[in-house]
Design a protein around this ligand. Structure first.
Ligand SMILES: [Fe+2]
Ligand SMILES: [Fe+2]
Length: 265
């Protein structure tokens, strides 16, 4: 019986750590992370508008940077379990509803520590199932993309990451630290809930080169734990990476306080 079981075709659950992709035209890649669907501080309308924008933008792709759901449980830190505005089931359904709209444009989904909250108690990795449902690559911790345009190739390494940094400059240091190990054209880190992009030069074999660094922002208003701990407020938003044969750069899509101030976010 046991032998039979091991002869069955078990689907591959290994995360994707390297992705090669070819494009015929210049592309844009939105780095979407730390949405925290269901948190009392979740910016709902901004989230919905962002996915609509991705859906309607030509040659735009996106990478899920993790922490899609708030997913507070009775065992997680703080009183988030009673404060969250959607149940974990509602959070999962909402995440899937939004991601499904743009699944053909998704280059992969990283797993965040909030999405992780069912792993320790019951061994279920939420993002693995989400990626399997949507038929997109599951990236888990770190993934390197080789992005080939007609006449130029770029390498991009992305991660949800881990860090307890709380100030804008110490948060930025996290992605500089990443640059000590990962020798790519573009590096992007989530988890810090700050939107920052930077062109940072370095030497490679005596030649000065430029690479891009990004912290991928959030879809959260200031409040909750960050406010209680007197951390500085951070503007929500997300970076978009623009790649062409001649140029790479980031644009920052910041949450617009004036546009959304009347909304019941
Ligand atoms: Fe987060
Ligand atoms: Fe996180």
């Amino acid at each position: 019986m046991t032998d039979d079981l091991f002869e069955l075709d078990i689907p591959d659950m290994e995360p994707t750590e390297k992705i090669d992709k070819k494009f015929k035209k210049p592309i844009k890649i939105a780095l979407i992370g730390d949405i925290h669907i269901g948190s009392p501080n979740w910016l709902k309308q901004f989230t919905y508008d962002t996915f609509e924008m991705i859906k309607n933008s030509k040659n735009m792709y996106w990478i899920g940077m993790g922490d899609y759901m708030e997913f507070a449980t009775p065992h997680s830190v703080g009183s988030g379990w009673v404060e969250q505005i959607l149940t974990p089931d509602e959070q999962k359904i909402t995440t899937k509803y939004l991601f499904r709209k743009v699944k053909s444009k998704c280059l992969g989904l990283h797993h965040g520590n909030h999405d992780d909250r069912s792993k320790k108690p019951v061994g279920i990795t939420e993002t693995l199932h989400l990626a399997d449902d949507l038929k997109v690559p599951w990236l888990d911790e770190v993934c390197t993309f080789n992005l080939q345009l007609p006449n130029k190739e770029y390498s991009l390494t992305t991660t949800h990451g881990v860090s307890a940094s709380t100030l804008p400059h110490t948060k930025l240091r996290v992605v500089y630290d990443m640059a000590k190990t990962w020798n790519d054209d573009i590096l992007a880190h989530a988890h810090m809930h700050t939107l920052q992009t930077k062109a940072a030069d370095y030497y490679h074999r005596g030649i000065q080169k430029t690479r891009l660094l990004a912290l991928s922002g959030s879809f959260m208003r200031y409040g909750g734990y960050a406010k209680k701990k007197l951390y500085p407020p951070e503007t929500a938003g997300f970076p978009v990476l623009h790649l062409s044969d001649s140029n790479m750069h980031f644009t920052e899509h910041r949450y617009n306080f004036e546009k959304y101030s009347q909304d019941k976010e």
